[in-house]
Design a binder for this molecule. Structure first.
Ligand code: GLU
Length: 257
């Protein structure tokens, strides 16, 4: 099925974008993601954005050139960068007379009944009033042990909380491959059936720059979401301009029925 057909057959859509897609040399992508989200809103879809990028945004502001290894520095960077990141989203959305609402969540917030239902209530109201909810992990208060660690998993859990129909994982790579796509013989996988055995494929757990993702965390997130009945579409951030109106390389993970 064409990518746009898959997207438009969903009513409630969670879009996840990683740090490397919207920071550094890829800052220009943020407007494209916002344009896509706003377009979906105009088509009467409900949209939640899960965005990384706080730490990567902050690092150059305090002169860091490599990823911080220690927790306090990461927490500080998240605190600095989150405000900056939301400022960028706010300016981008203002081109469409829209505003964002920020939700910072931890694992605990989503596993405890009271806080998860509080978060859901806020989300539902933001959606109702036409605001774009933008979620990130609350890295400044989370310790290593209670962190999602990667926003792919956070996005899957948010999709479950919000009972989304579709989770779109925007990545550096346009699809899932049988082995890292830079290696000879790597084949693109267009469709993953629910429960399909993927043990034969070779995935890398790392990604470039500040992201903590890579194919491994995308697969884990797809597994979490599809098990809860949510479809997952994985594609490259560059393809975001095609997702509402045409086809592009992607991997579709069928949900459990
Ligand atoms: N939440 C982190 C940030 O905004 C990134 C986590 C991830 O890379 O998935 O910088």
């Amino acid at each position: 099925m064409l990518a746009n057909r898959r997207v438009l057959s969903a009513k409630r859509i969670v879009i996840k974008v990683g740090s490397s897609s919207i920071t550094g040399g890829n800052e220009h992508n943020l407007d494209k993601i916002v344009d896509f989200a706003v377009e979906l809103l105009g088509l009467d879809r409900e949209v939640i954005l899960v965005s990384s990028g706080a730490i990567a945004t902050a690092a150059p502001l305090i002169g860091l050139t490599a990823k911080a290894e220690d927790l306090p520095t990461s927490q500080a960077l998240a605190s600095i960068g989150q405000a900056r990141l939301m400022g960028r989203y706010e300016r981008s959305l203002s081109r469409h007379d829209k505003i964002p609402g920020q939700l910072l969540l931890t694992v605990d917030n989503l596993t405890e009944e009271v806080t998860s239902s509080n978060a859901l209530r806020a989300l539902e109201r933001l959606i109702e009033i036409g605001v774009l909810p933008i979620i990130n992990e609350n890295d400044s208060v989370a310790t290593q042990e209670i962190r999602f660690g990667d926003n792919d998993q956070l996005a899957a859990r948010v999709s479950i909380l919000a009972k989304a129909d579709l989770l779109i994982l925007l990545s550096d790579v346009d699809s899932l491959y049988t082995k890292p796509p830079t290696e000879p013989g790597a084949e693109r996988i267009a469709l993953v059936k629910f429960g399909e055995d993927l043990s034969g494929i070779e995935v890398s757990g790392t990604s470039t720059g500040y992201g903590t993702g890579g194919a491994l965390t995308k697969l884990a997130a797809a597994k979490t979401a599809t098990a809860a009945g949510i479809s997952v579409l994985l594609t490259e951030t560059d393809n975001v301009t095609k997702l509402s109106n045409s086809d592009c390389n992607h991997t579709y993970f069928e949900p459990a029925s």
